[in-house]
Design a protein around this ligand. Structure first.
Ligand SMILES: Nc1ncnc2c1ncn2[C@@H]1O[C@H](COP(=O)(O)OP(=O)(O)OP(=O)(O)O)[C@@H](O)[C@H]1O
Length: 604
């Protein structure tokens, strides 16, 4: 352990001033029940163990290869103890200096998150190893240690150490975050820590049966609070170490193994996107960090920004899993900014060490993009029965702490139900929002539909708002605003020298060079193909883009963009052909005009 002569940790070894976020991957070992098939993941570590950036590729040599970059990747044979000594121990030194750290395990379902964070009796996880280390260091330094355990389920936070608490409220006062109703229990030894875990497991038995039949995807967190006496006796520095075992990512459209409905599943995925968005924003030094996009990120706010440290461990299934690829690509996106970052020495101390990525570059750098839309929603728009159903599921849902502990009995849950139903926390009341995440990279088609379910409104906007749209109609042909990505793409395609109509360029190219056997048929077939592909691309964009991107398309203003987003609640792909654009109030003439404008050569 690095420490100064006074016994305090050596800060210089704990901090790398240019790195706030580190993203590593861990390929899980095979579980006993699995047959060890050929691995579909390969890792390229250009500098071996000291590589600061490694490439992970997916698929065997014969199939499609996708790849992405992370800071490091731990392979199957590399255990929690190695990850602990290389990744977590340095963070612990920071905690003793009053600097918070957060270790987040993310990944698809069954990718080994719990195994990494909690581990097993024989192979303790990172949280267990950390508490042992922190307690030992605390003893030497005369610090006090306390812990909190919580679960975030469907945007409700539950105290796992106190079953009587209905929900934990996240309050913010001048940037300071309070977890109202979350207990902190002092811990003096690892044995005490294990006893606490065991006591939580005790209440599991009575409800195990019910719990096994109920939804069980949730985020689990451990906070290790450290109170350090400073040189100045009257001031205590408090450092926090967080461990978060995120709910497993699962494509919301697939039938959930634990009976979650689409809304519940989408909500979980949104909160997973939210934490990635926060990490990305911090990493990219964005002026606005979207902490309030989910309960978990709001809760962790004071452990994520500033000089605090984040270790994101993206867990990978050893057998093929598209969700795993998707998750690691999200995590990779968060870490790309690190490698391209530069220190902005003009910023204040708190920010000066954060990597800077010019905002104009951010989108271009990234292999994928996650765009977010925060939408305020009033309580009245939530159907009460749906809300009750969700609350019921939340209240009855039980899961072990890092998969072992259950904190409430059925009767306690039942008795707390009215509270839960009637309790709307300030955040939810005022900012009951939805995070729309649109992600494109691997498995794009497969996953992007989550974005389509982002808006909880069940009633489609009526054409009473048509006035506004009419204005948009009048406006759009004259509007020569900023071209959205789709426009550029359409133009790019339409600018190809294609056998489309009797344009001079086509005539020149084809009359001079080619002697077509059946020119007219060939030409019209190619033309139709191109037209069709442009139309499909355009429709796909309309079916998936977020509101802000939609608004950048000519002919689509605030009202129409809102309406398109709302249409998606009823069907993930409401616009299947150009004719369907009439659903959003565009006339056939306008549609033709719009397509002509974008791809004139094809639509003449
Ligand atoms: N390194 C490993 N070696 C052997 N088995 C492992 C390893 N990591 C995980 N497993 C096993 O794989 C299974 C899934 O692991 P785990 O429960 O940690 O995944 P998870 O990502 O937390 O799942 P979920 O998303 O459902 O919460 C478990 O049976 C676990 O014991």
């Amino acid at each position: 352990m690095a420490s100064t002569s006074s016994g305090r940790p050596d800060r210089t070894k704990a901090f790398n001033p240019t790195r706030m976020v580190r993203v590593v991957a861990k390929i899980r070992g095979f579980a006993d029940s699995e047959s060890s098939t050929a691995l579909w993941i390969s890792v390229n570590k250009p500098n071996g163990e000291i590589s600061d950036s490694v490439t992970i590729s997916f698929g065997d040599s014969g199939s499609r290869k996708e790849s992405c970059e992370v800071n490091y990747c731990y392979e199957q044979n590399e255990g929690n103890d190695l990850i602990f000594s290389r990744e977590v121990k340095p963070l612990i030194f920071g905690v003793f200096e009053g600097c918070n750290s957060t270790v987040i395990a993310c990944g698809a379902r069954g990718s080994g998150k719990t195994f990494v964070i909690q581990g097993s009796d024989e192979k303790p996880g990172l949280a267990t190893l950390a508490i042992a280390e922190i307690l030992s260091m605390a003893e030497q330094n005369g610090n006090m240690v306390a812990i909190s355990f919580y679960e975030v389920n469907q945007e409700h936070v539950y105290d796992l150490l106190d079953p009587k608490q209905p929900t934990v409220s996240i309050l913010e006062d001048k940037g300071k975050i309070q977890h109202k109703g979350l207990s902190q229990v002092p811990v003096k030894s690892v044995t005490e820590f294990h006893k606490l875990l065991a006591s939580m497991c005790g209440s599991r038995k009575s409800i195990e049966k019910i719990a096994s039949e109920l939804p069980c995807r949730s985020h689990r967190g451990l906070i290790i609070h450290l109170v350090s006496p400073s040189k100045n006796d009257d001031i205590c520095l408090v450092g926090k170490m967080n461990f978060v075992d995120l709910a497993g990512y699962e494509d919301a459209r697939r039938k959930s193994a634990d009976g979650l409905n689409l809304v519940e599943s989408t909500k979980i995925n949104r909160s997973i996107y939210a934490i990635h968005n926060v990490v990305y924003s911090l990493n990219a030094n964005e002026s606005h960090v979207p902490y309030r996009q989910s309960k978990l990120t709001h809760m962790l706010k004071d452990s994520l920004g500033g000089l605090n440290r984040i270790l994101m461990i993206t867990c990978l299934n050893p057998s093929f899993c598209q969700d795993s690829v998707y998750m690691v690509s999200l995590a990779s996106r968060s870490c790309l900014g690190i490698n391209r970052g530069a220190v902005d020495s003009t910023k204040k101390a708190k920010c000066s060490t954060r990597p800077m990525v010019p905002s104009s570059h951010k989108k271009n750098f990234l292999p994928g993009s996650v765009s977010t839309t925060v939408k305020k929603r009033t309580a009245s728009k939530v159907h009460l029965s749906e809300k009750k159903a969700n609350c019921l599921a939340c209240a009855l849902k039980e899961r072990k702490l890092f998969d072992e502990a259950i904190h409430r009995t059925t009767s306690e849950k039942a008795s707390s139900l009215p509270d839960i139903v009637s309790t709307v926390e300030p955040l939810e009341q005022e900012e009951n929002f939805f995070l729309a995440s649109e992600v494109s990279l691997y498995g794009k088609d497969h996953h992007e539909q989550d974005a389509s379910y982002v808006n909880g409104r069940t009633n489609a906007l009526s054409f009473a708002e048509g006035d506004g749209m009419d204005k948009e109609n009048q406006h759009f042909l004259a509007n020569e605003g900023v071209s959205p990505p789709i426009s550029s793409r359409l133009r790019e395609l339409s600018n190809l020298k294609l056998p489309c109509s009797s344009t001079s360029s086509y005539d020149q190219v084809f009359t001079e060079i080619v002697e077509p056997k059946a020119p007219i048929m060939e030409q019209s077939r190619t033309l139709d193909g191109m037209k069709n592909s442009l139309v499909q691309e355009y429709l796909r964009f309309l079916n998936t883009a977020d509101k802000e991107d939609l608004k950048r398309v000519k002919g689509i203003g605030e009202k129409r963009a809102t309406y398109i987003v709302e249409l998606r609640e009823e069907s993930p792909k409401p616009l299947k052909s150009l004719d369907d654009l009439t659903k959003v109030g565009l006339s056939a003439k306008q549609i033709k005009g719009m397509m002509k404008k974008e791809a004139a050569k094809l639509f003449n």
